[in-house]
Design a protein around this ligand. Sequence first.
Ligand code: G1P
Ligand code: ZN
Length: 543
Amino acid sequence: MQVRLVNTSPFLDQKPGTSGLRKKVKVFQKTHYLENFVQSIFDTLEIANNSVLTLGGDGRYFNAQAIQVIIQMAAANGFAKVLVGQGGILSTPAASHIIRKYHTLGGIILSASHNPAGPDEDFGIKYNTPNGGPAPEKITESIFEKSKTIQQYKLLSLPAVDLNTIGLTHFDGFSVEVIDPVRDYADLMESMFDFAAIRNLFSDGFSIKFDGMHAVTGPYARELLINRLGAPAHSLMNCVVSETFGGGHPDPNLTYADALVKIVYGTDAPEFAAASDGDGDRNMILGKGFFVTPSDSLAIIAANAHLIPAYQQGLSGVARSMPTSGAVDRVAQKMNIPCFETPTGWKFFGNLMDANKVTLCGEESFGTGSNHVREKDGLWAVLCWLNIVAAKKQSVEAIVKAHWAEYGRNVYSRHDFEGIPTEQANAVMTHLKTQFKSLPGREFGRYQVAQCDDFSYVDPVDGSVSTGQGIRILFECGSRIVFRLSGTGTEGATIRIYLEAYEPDTTQHHLDAQVALGEMIQISLQLSQLKENTGREAPTVIT
Ligand code: G1P
Ligand code: ZN
């Protein structure tokens, strides 16, 4: 078989982020576009004659076609083997696990996370390194540099591999193994959690509803919750992967997972409910008529980690992104373990985990995880909660309220203002920056400003510095307002306002976060002049 060299020309107008390159499917379908990007990735790697590549995606439109191309390019670029999930499927955390378990030379994950899928929607490609985590900036930078000068890509014309049949196909000096995308991951989960206790919980009639949102977690949830843990089949909804994600927006939050939310707040609500996103790394946890904020979820998992077999030896430390509430800080303090505050984005956690400084980490944006992989992990979070519920024999609501009674409550909400013209969004941030130095000491009702800054972070492992990570207004009582511009939006700018009011006495405040945060919301609008600068009366999304 002959390696074909195809002439091409530079193409990328934008540096890929650590979440890879996300574009419309139509862009990836342009002549040479996909191939150029994949060749630029391969050109940054040192591929040896025994190197293996992990490959799979979230099952969205264009996944299967892209996989055939990437297999042919991996063969031409000198990989010995490609491990690909059956049907082209691998959730992001499962891919991270496969990379680590089989020591592959990283992996290519095809996903645009929770973005809608279909011929007119989004596609994405991301390279994860051999530690299982997203490529750090120096690698994405080098991929970008290669892509600016690319002249040729390599392809080996192979017959299309049958992705639906598990097994090994040999070619001359190269092979493709179609693997069960679920088994290794499910085995890992079974080794970490008390499956016997969770099985007993379900056999005693404990009810659960899991919403796969028509995306990748469906088959994983079926294997774990139904086959291995014995929950009844009707516990699953939207658990068949569809190329268009059922026409939906698979982001597990109160806005986009509204079908599940309706069930949880209706009559006949299950005792436990959860959802995951397009590629399986995000999670939302709910009890009967009760929503657990991701920040509280992280804190509660940390406080109860000793109940989970994988963490019985204790936690080396915990980490949260800066805008995530300080609930976990209080737990870490009590446990006397370090708590790291990192900039937004999962990549900062990877360094801490590789250096064994943290075991658990999380973000307010529905991402929670641990050092079992190097990505956030939706179903892992669901199993943490089921394990804790099984051990404590209490409802989700009772567990959260007991936690608040012990540590106080960090009442929390994020208000997103999407699709704002960039100049207006910049005006809001500039306004905040020009005045935040004069704020300390000022009083707003019962809140007195203690400190303001533009958050920066020095990575304790590699010493790298990240500046301009969001404006923090910290109040004396432990409450906070944070302002940040989103780094992932595609249309205009998104201003995120993160609101947090610390309430030590949880008998004294309103359960509804929006009511409890009323004063904070007013202060945030007053300080930012958001309405005056953008004309927006209300947020687009509240989580
Ligand atoms: C958003 C979330 C952030 C998360 C990222 C990737 O980024 O806020 O926590 O790590 O998506 O999933 P943002 O748009 O805020 O930059
Ligand atoms: Zn995701």
